[in-house]
Design a protein around this ligand. Sequence first.
Ligand code: MN
Length: 495
Amino acid sequence: MTSPSPHMQGSAKPWEVIIGLEVHAQINSQAKLFSGAATAFGATPNSQVSFVDAGFPGMLPVINQFCVEQAIKTGLGLHAEINEVSIFDRKNYFYPDLPQGYQISQFKHPLVGRGYLDIELEDGTVKRIGITRLHLEQDAGKSIHDQHPHKSYIDLNRSGVALMEIVTDPDMRSAEEAQAFVKKLRALLRCLGTCDGNMEQGSLRVDVNISLHKPGEPLGTRAEIKNVNSIRFIGQAIQFEIGRQMQILEKGETVDQETRLFDPGKNHTRSMRNKEDAHDYRYFPDPDLPPLILDPAEIERVRASLPELPDAKKSRFMEDFGLPSYEASVLTAETETADFYENCLALHSDRYDLQKFAKTCANWIIGELFASLNRETLSIEQSHIAPAALVELVKLLLDEVISGRIAKEVFAEMWTTGASPKTIVKNKGLEQVRDDHAIAAAIDRILAENTDKVEEYHTGKDKLFGFFVGLVMKEMDGKANPQQVNELLKKKLHP
Ligand code: MN
């Protein structure tokens, strides 16, 4: 049989990357999914374990209603169908840190059905990623292999903790899209308060399903990269996997369906196990748990309690403040950033055009403030500059008391000393000079010192105009009003 040669080097069509994600998000809950044991991260090993979590025979699980509500909330945030009837199944497998011998999960009838999440790419385009489902399940315990030379330890604190498994359609086509999805999902979960999104502590873990094919041809065999725990690693793991699979396919060989692990130290993925088929788990409905039946009124009650979601906030920022799409998404990506921005805008007064005021505040937050926070790896809640102080600076700028260049200087001083912008401007004498005579005198000095350049200018080198403006501004320590400098310089050069 002759096969088409999609794998041949130099064949015209490029490979298309198909990515779907399975995200395990730990529900923000004080108690576990089927027991009252606590869930605090970092507690003494095996100090938060009930008989249910330890898999003692005869112990009966009881569903935690709060966890169900959190999952419904998340489902609604994903614009998804909430199923009034869902069923808990036993997913049977053996693992030392799974004392029950099965995980209680949902298989055929998940709590949440189809939904979607819109992501925004760097070029500003919006792409809709389908959500296949969201179901509730228990987490397993932890095996610890690095505490003793020949022994492994087991910590069951995590056993029974509530997880939402969120599965996407295979709609992503690049590492960038997968990363944008996880960022957006994390922001949504944090905004809803249903998961803290802390990837380092394992509250949000991502499995990446990835395969390559030529457009128009059947999908390729996928590999699954398990438990990637940072957005950067998701990008690196996908890039590596694209290269690995492409090499295999270009040689005419086939990709194995398997589970792989990403090793950040070596920046590669390695095989962990061949993927078991789903039926190996022998799913069956857990006889200890009746079907979960929701009252439609309860779903509506949860819907009514939803906060404003990031997408709605973004649209509001664009409509109410005239913000461009890019600025609006950056400012609504995290609830804390949006709050900071809204605290700034609450200080707007009629003296200032709202749109100009809003845009100027946005620019300072996204520019200087983010740069300063990044430099010191601080969150916006730890900012050295509060909204009121930033607005004071913006007002000095809009009132033309200081120039943009001086404003940056003042910002740096505010950041390090905590002084108010007005005090800094006053103490350092940074007010803009609006005195025509002073500016004219500075221009005269500059033109007199640069007679050769003035001649060149008059022979047609127009670009030198900017050069003169720069020298005059420097001569006046950046304090001259740039517009006045422009006007007066024009008059001097063309009397
Ligand atoms: Mn799972």
